[in-house]
Design a protein around this ligand. Sequence first.
Ligand code: SF4
Length: 246
Amino acid sequence: MTAKKTTTRTRQTARVKATDLTCTDCAVTACRVGTGLGNGTRFPDFCLSTSLDPSTLTEVLGRYDEQDAHRVMVAAAETEHEGYGRWPRVEETIQFARKIGAHKLGIATCVGLIQESRTLARILRDRGFEVFGVGCKVGTTAKHEVGIDAACEQTGVNMCNPILQAELLNEEGTDLNIVVGLCVGHDALFVRHSKAYATTLVAKDRVTGHNPIAALYLNGSYYRKLNDEWDRPAELTEPGDSRSAS
Ligand code: SF4
């Protein structure tokens, strides 16, 4: 591994570089054992917990007392605890919504998953929720009208409109929005523009049946190309590497 070690002092003062070690390089995840830094577990030298400025932790913990963050945090923890290994995510979403007192639920759905969203809406209504769904192509606007290359219209002439999805749900005053299969990037725009908290039920992955982690599980076999054919930036490509750009 070529990544360089980052000290406590540099962690607090320097911007993290792509080659710095971070939590994704951690083999012990000692932060989940016991409580606090004196839990008897050895933390790695580059640990983000041990190098953390204590005032940052204090300030962030204080934010859980702000607005409704405390209610959401407690509801999430209780949902995890009560349904651990027993509830599918649909059930977790229902129970979480109940715990935060949500009554009107928005569904921001991909139109390619409209059948699944219809099923979800029925289940939610059967549980007493009010449901308002908005499909991604709402507004039925051609992609080129917002400056998207017309070539992209070969995979569907109309643009997805996640900001409009968010705006319509905002106008409806939904208490919680559920994302069903929005595209990568469109989901980011939706979450940014949704006034209500947004939770993802379905992460779209057309290749794996909406199970994106399959590509990571299988990166040593069927999806080996994620390792072998990745288009690395030139500065990270070794001279003579067959992956070097020609
Ligand atoms: S906080 Fe420290 S112990 Fe936890 S995953 Fe990150 S590096 Fe590992």
